[in-house]
Design a protein around this ligand. Structure first.
Ligand code: AGP
Length: 614
């Protein structure tokens, strides 16, 4: 939910910290700060709001830190305490010699705060993090060794943390540790880069060590020393980062979201490479380790996810049940982890996550693994914590997705579900070869159908202008596109702040229809197929209440013009694959409405790209 960075070496540290925080803005952006070893003391600079506010503060103190080569930084998504300068990280002990940045949540911070106040700690903030600064400082007073102090302190902490710690007495030392939050160490020449995620260090080095839970790393300009929670020295596992130093630029688009929507045709082509060779050959998923025997005998699947990934999971349910005849449950991770679940060794558990770091989903799949389930992860980050927990992996290969609103990663998740379901159906023999062939053929044709839609965006822009000034918005659909209605609503809601809701169309008459009047836009995802007629009659029911009717459809029925005020036409596609086609115009509609309203499309208020706290 926050991003942390650190550097120790021989380069000007502040530029490295700010650039790293800029690359981590997708993790939160309500305040930011850095701590820099400036000669005989550690200076802390903080600012509320966007990162550029911190840069402005720093500009006024350039002479203080221009020679500095050790520091830590933080960009915040507030969990405890309002996003003020005081609550912004870094946080310090009473005297300011011990400074830390933290991503995560300290579950027992209240008890620790009481204990530390009794020891004389003077708290300045409302944050959970500040207890860690005081706790380590007290341990340091006893041990006079920063690594040992961190090692002792974290034993008293419950919750999730990724920490970078500095002490004014140790001007050649940076100590970092983590538990249930991501942290990696980039390796340079007599220098080390620490960050919550790859984009913050990829431009400097491709060699990195991903810290595992409870490991503590002590960095100096000369070396890295890695220990476990008991102080036993470990051999760091140096990996090559799986990313190219992507030019995280908008490539001429006004927002990352628009760029990422336009990347979708190539993202699909990229996913299919190596997995769907020809329509005559079986699907290849090399990192799915389920034995044929297991798959043949599989009777139950649970899919666990959050947000947009949950909507992908809901479509995955339709697809897997249709292709494989296996019962599938879908559940929000945050619900799954707090109930007594019936998960066992005969259940395949699928975790879906763009980031692979979402705390709720990570906790859920760890619970499932503990119950003996085979855990298969569908993620855009094969280097993530979830991917490391997985027994089987389906990387969605959508490339780094910067915009907080998920778009290309969602489409990539859907395509991955189609591939997984076909893969299982081929092993189970549950789908006729003619149906498989038709699905494979049509799947390969989807990229150009999306390109066709992207080249006719003006109709969507027109729709956005007509319907942007509304407080509420309803999306309705049936069958495999019911989750499409939910996702369309979430996209609009999270970037325009319009109160958008998706409903199964059959549910409208059981309450929501009371909200309909001439002020309410109702968008009907009217794709040809088994539920087309039923949805048409639901749309007529809505029209009869004077709702402002919009259709998203591949039907050429002229009569639709009598029912709908606005029609968004999409290319023809078979019903089972229609969620991919239907989603793209809904992404564009949400984008253009938010852009028309002047919203911060890529970094909507209150949100973060990766929710690494429960
Ligand atoms: C989607 O647009 C949102 N950013 C959010 O709902 C997101 O899908 C959710 O937080 C899950 O993230 P994950 O896929 O990285 O687990």
């Amino acid at each position: 939910m926050c991003g942390i960075v650190g550097y120790i070496g021989d380069k000007p540290v502040v530029d490295i910290l700010i650039d790293g925080l800029h690359q981590l803005e997708y993790r939160g952006y309500d305040s930011a700060g850095v701590a820099v070893q400036c000669g005989e003391k550690i200076n802390v600079y903080k600012a509320e709001g966007k990162l550029e506010n911190l840069s402005s503060v720093l500009m006024q103190h350039k002479d203080e830190y221009s020679a500095s080569t050790l520091g830590i930084g933080h960009i915040r998504w507030a969990t405890h305490g309002a996003p003020t300068v005081v609550n912004a990280h870094p946080h310090t002990c009473n005297c300011g010699n011990l400074v830390i940045v933290h991503n995560g949540i300290i579950e027992n911070f209240k008890e620790l705060r009481v204990k530390l106040e009794k020891l004389g700690a003077k708290f300045k903030t409302q944050t959970d993090t500040e207890v860690v600064a005081h706790l380590i400082a007290y341990k340091y007073a006893d041990t006079q060794n920063l690594t040992k102090a961190v090692q002792l302190a974290v034993k008293e902490i419950e919750g999730a943390y990724a920490l970078c710690v500095m002490h004014n007495n140790d001007k050649n030392t940076l100590v970092c540790t983590k538990r249930n939050a991501p942290l990696l160490v980039g390796i340079g020449n007599n220098e080390f880069y620490v960050a919550s995620d790859v984009p913050a260090i990829i431009k400097y080095t491709k060699k990195a060590v991903y810290l595992n839970d409870n490991q503590i790393v002590t960095l100096s300009r000369e070396k890295m020393v890695l220990i476990d929670e008991n102080g036993n020295e470990l051999q760091p596992k140096i990996e090559t980062l799986p990313w190219e130093p992507v030019a995280l630029s908008k490539m001429g688009y006004k927002h990352f979201m628009l760029k990422e929507i336009h990347e979708q045709p190539d993202v699909i082509r990229n996913i299919l490479v190596g997995k769907l060779h020809t329509t005559e050959e079986p699907i290849v998923l090399n990192e799915v380790k389920l034995t044929r025997e297991t798959l043949k005998n599989l009777t139950r699947i649970q899919i666990i996810a959050c947000g947009t990934s949950l909507h992908a999971a809901m479509i995955g349910k339709y697809i897997i049940e249709n292709f494989c005849g296996i019962a599938v449950d879908v559940e929000a991770s945050s619900e799954y982890i707090y109930r007594k679940t019936v998960t066992d060794a005969n259940t395949l558990v699928i975790g879906v996550s763009q980031s692979g770091e979402t705390a709720d989903t990570l906790t859920a799949i760890k619970q499932a693994k503990a119950k003996g389930s085979h855990v298969l992860i569908i993620t855009n980050r094969p280097d993530s914590a979830m991917a490391r927990e997985a027994d089987s992996l389906v990387p969605v290969s959508a490339g780094i997705e910067v915009s907080v609103a998920a778009t290309k990663s969602y489409i990539a998740q859907l395509v991955s579900f189609y591939l997984l379901a076909m893969y299982m159906a081929e092993i189970k023999g549950s789908l006729e070869s003619s149906v498989l062939k038709s699905l494979k053929t049509d799947l390969t044709q989807i990229p150009q159908k999306i390109e066709q839609m992207l080249s006719h965006k003006e109709k969507i822009q027109q729709c956005a202008k007509i319907y942007a000034n509304t407080k509420d918005f309803i999306y309705i659909a049936r069958g495999i596109n019911y989750p499409t209605a939910l996702e369309g609503a979430l996209k609009l809601k999270e970037i325009s702040y319009i109160n958008a809701t998706g409903y199964p169309a059959g549910e409208l008459k059981h309450g929501p229809i009371a909200m309909l009047d001439e002020s309410m836009p109702v968008l009907s995802i009217l794709m040809k197929g088994s539920v087309y007629e039923k949805l048409l009659s639901n749309s007529e029911e809505a029209k009869a209440r004077n709702a402002r009717m919009i259709a998203l459809t591949n039907s050429k029925d002229e009569k639709l013009k009598d029912l709908f005020d606005f029609i968004i036409e999409v290319p023809d596609i078979q019903e089972l694959l229609s969620p991919i086609i239907a989603m793209v115009p809904l992404q564009l509609l949400a984008y253009y409405i938010a852009e028309y309203l002047g919203k911060d499309v890529d970094q909507p208020r209150n949100l973060a790209k990766s929710v690494t706290v429960e």
